[in-house]
Structures are given as C-alpha cells and as structure tokens.
Design a protein around this ligand. Structure first.
Ligand code: MLT
Length: 265
C-alpha cells in the first residue's frame, strides 16, 4: 500500500487489528526486516511497517533526511490510517526516529520498544565517518556500503554460521539507492541528542539488545534503561545489531509478552 506524504510515495503494510504497533526499520535496510515480527504480531494487534523515505519501495528524494522529518512521515502515516496513539518499535535508526517522534508528538506514543539503539548524537569522529560514507555511496554505490556495514550489523554467530541472513541483509542494502542511503546518513549525522527525553518518559519502555551487538552494545542499552523509571531490558542471545532478524523467535517472544502486557493494562 502507498500513501502520499510531503509530495512523496511512502510504502507501508498494515495487518491485523486492535492496538496499533508501528515498526520502524534500521539503516540502510527496509520494512522487510520486520517480516517475521509482522507475521507474529498480526494475530495479536495491528502491526504496521513502512519503508522510510529513501528506502525500499518509498521515494528517495535528495537528502538530508532529518530524524524529525522521518518522524513526521510516521505521524502522517498514522493520520492517514486514523490512528491517534501507537506503540513504536524502533531498531537503531528506527530508535533515533522513535525518540524524535516522542519529542515532537508525545501524546501520540502509547509505549515504545527501543532495540539496538542509543539516545546520544554522533561523536565528532562518528559524524565524520558518516559524512565520508555518504560520499562513498554516491561515488561507489550501495554495494560498497553493504561491504562496509555487514560485518558491523551482524553478530559473530550470524556472520560465521548463518549465510542466508548475511545474504538477506546484503540484498536489502543493495536494493536501495545511493540518494536514499546518503540522505539518511546525513540526517543521522545531524541528529539531536535525545538523552534529555529519557527522564520524561512515563510510558512503558522495553529496551532490547543483541548480546553480540558491537555498534550499540549491551552497556549502551543499560545506559538507556538507567534513565527511565518505566523501563525494562531484554538481551537477545547470539544476535548482533540486527537482533530481530538474527534471532526472530527470541525477539518475537519478548515483543509478544510486552504487547500482551499493554493490552491487559
Ligand atoms: C542502523 O542500524 O540503523 C545504523 O547502525 C544506525 C547508525 O548508523 O547509527
């Protein structure tokens, strides 16, 4: 399905009924990274995924794509689907966008899952690496970014023994355009620090992290948790940064329990 937002086509899927749960994908992937979770959740609630601007089947205008802009795209999708409040599930860049969403539309958040992400902005060194990577994708194409990022995105278990996962991630990355990847990189380079928001969170927050995540390690997840009174944390064993697609059964069980607890509340 497609909606028009800010002059762009944004592709999304909307399955099941009841409590709306919006799953926001990582960089530089697309909504299909959530296929296993959508299949699990649609029997339980209303599970919605979208291709963020620049990714998958959505349009890829010139960037940068700020986290606020992408959060506004999510809010516009909610309006189009007549949803006033939703549970946001964001992994990595999806987490940055979820926090930007909370900053701008606090009343629209019912609960949140932050997976393999951080609240801080880039260090000057990380920002510099990102801007170089944006130039590289424009020069050399998405394959170069896939080569650089796959060893960071996946945990050791997946890299050494799950070639089908490595291939799945590679095809998602390579199906994106240089403009989309560069647009999001430049947007992330300029993102706000969201640490100040954490103390304000009064809705249920679930923090999830892969035990082998080196990009946003367990310590980073713990620091998110430490600042939020209503938070709990779960570690996904034998998973790296893309914990949901590396260990879908573990991730789904945790997500299901969290959504069920919200439905009971
Ligand atoms: C992601 O998985 O979304 C990226 O690792 C985010 C980032 O580059 O900071």
């Amino acid at each position: 399905m497609t909606i028009r937002v800010d002059g762009l086509n944004i592709d999304y899927r909307d399955e099941g009924s009841g409590l709306p749960v919006i799953l926001i994908h990582a960089f530089p992937l697309n909504q299909s990274m959530w296929n296993d979770q959508r299949d699990e959740l649609r029997t339980l609630c209303r599970a919605i995924t979208l291709d963020l601007r620049g990714f998958g089947a959505s349009d890829a205008p010139a960037g940068p794509y700020s986290m606020d802009r992408m959060a506004a795209d999510v809010r516009a999708l909610m309006s189009a689907l007549d949803i006033t409040q939703a549970v946001l599930v964001g992994l990595s860049m999806g987490g940055y966008i979820s926090l930007a969403f909370y900053r701008n539309y606090p009343e629209a958040v019912r609960a949140m899952v932050l997976a393999d992400t951080r609240a801080t902005s880039d260090t000057p060194e990380a920002r510099e690496r990102r801007l170089k990577s944006a130039e590289k994708v424009e020069r050399e194409g998405p394959q170069a970014i896939a080569d650089d990022m796959i060893p960071l995105l996946l945990g050791n278990t997946s890299l050494t023994s799950r070639p089908q996962i490595v291939e799945r991630v590679r095809s998602m990355i390579e199906a994106n355009t240089p403009a989309g990847i560069a647009g999001a990189q430049r947007g992330m380079a300029d993102r706000n620090d969201s640490t100040d928001l954490l103390g304000r969170i009064d809705f249920p927050l679930l923090v999830v992290v892969g035990s082998e995540d080196t990009l946003t390690p367990v310590k980073e997840a713990e620091s998110l948790l430490g600042k939020v009174k209503t938070a709990e944390m779960r570690i996904i064993e034998s998973a790296g940064h893309l914990s949901n697609l590396e260990q879908p059964q573990q991730f789904n069980a945790i997500l299901r329990t969290f959504i069920e607890s919200l439905e009971r509340a």
